[in-house]
Design a protein around this ligand. Structure first.
Ligand code: BTN
Length: 322
């Protein structure tokens, strides 16, 4: 019997027990097979209540980000079509890169419970402790020219921010280019790595790190002031697989919009959701620090800054200093 179908059935009836008979009719298996699978699920951390004669009710999921748990919540068509789960990895970016080289499909994701060499933007490291967050990379193969790569960076921010808003009492804001913050503290970061030839992007690997269940005191050092988790604002622990499914759903819908209609709607949504535009900023690029007022995003996805001498500088990549 397919364990997922049993889980889906239990999920669909979380408000009432489902009898062994009903399950065996629905899934066309014997009642003994049902009972065996229920025991198997329990061993895997699912809490399933068994009321005598009334049947089984799924009370709680394990807090795992494994393939099955994610699939249970997934409502996408392409994104998440292939899921690679590992308990511990160096970086999920590496897992997806290997898959991309072997011809992995667009929409493939790698998820890990822990990363021991989690990478951030601009060569930084990314703290990815076990159990607490979502450490996930997504493989895309958009057929666009390499100069449009920054658009995908901004698209990722919009998709992720909108998904996370569904779990928070207040909306998040995007800090250019793609930090997701609440009250100026970072909830999530995105690392976009691209392989391209002269004319076309070959692969884009979008790495997302989301702080989910860290409690006060779990962020140490400089992160104590700068980072935040969803739990700290939502007040309760959150289901990581459910959030992953919401992110992929939101991502798929923005990605489809982008592939069909171009960057216009993404640009508008990003501009609406950022707290960067209109502010006086200092951006550190690889060559210099640019100071001025953040004006707008260009059609290619770069940031335009008006400097104090009135001139306008376009910044393609960098970090805004707080
Ligand atoms: C940032 O600096 O804000 C980007 C952080 C990106 C972290 C994620 S976690 C999943 C993926 N694997 C990594 O090693 N990094 C990205």
């Amino acid at each position: 019997m397919n364990k997922n179908r049993l889980l889906q059935l239990l999920m669909a009836h979380r408000d009432r027990p489902v009898s062994g008979q009903e399950i065996s009719d629905e899934l066309q298996v014997s009642r003994t097979a049902v009972w065996k699978q229920i025991e198997e699920l329990r061993k895997n951390g699912y809490e399933i209540e068994a009321a005598s004669r009334r049947g089984y009710r799924l009370v709680r999921f394990p807090d795992r980000v494994g393939t099955e748990e994610i699939m249970l919540h997934l409502t996408t068509e392409r994104l998440g079509c292939s899921i690679i789960y590992n308990d511990t990895v160096t970086s999920t970016q590496e897992i997806v890169r290997e898959q991309a080289e072997k011809g992995g499909v667009e929409g493939l994701i790698a998820v890990a419970n822990e990363q021991v060499e989690g990478r951030g933007r601009l060569g930084r490291s990314w703290q990815s402790s076990p159990e607490q967050g979502i450490w996930m990379s997504l493989l895309l193969r958009p057929q666009v020219p390499p100069r449009y790569a920054p658009q995908l960076t901004l698209l990722s921010a919009v998709a992720l921010a909108e998904a996370l808003d569904g779990y928070l009492p207040e909306p998040t804001a995007i800090k250019w280019p793609n930090d997701i913050r609440i009250h100026k503290r970072k909830l999530a970061g995105i690392l976009t790595e691209m392989q391209a030839d002269m004319d076309e992007v070959q692969t884009v690997i979008v790495g997302m790190g989301i702080n989910v269940n860290q409690a006060d005191g779990d962020f140490t050092g400089e992160l104590a002031e700068k980072a935040a988790s969803i739990r700290q604002y939502a007040g309760v622990r959150q289901s990581r697989p459910q959030i992953i499914a919401s992110i992929l759903k939101s991502y798929e819908s923005w990605y489809n919009e982008y592939l069909t209609n171009g960057f216009g709607a993404v640009k508008a949504a990003w501009s609406n959701k950022t707290d960067t535009l209109g502010s006086f900023i200092q951006v550190e690029t690889s060559r210099q620090t640019v100071e001025g007022t953040a004006l707008c995003i260009t059609d290619e996805g770069a940031l335009q800054v008006q400097k104090t001498d009135g001139s306008i500088q376009t910044v393609h990549s960098g970090e805004i200093l707080d």
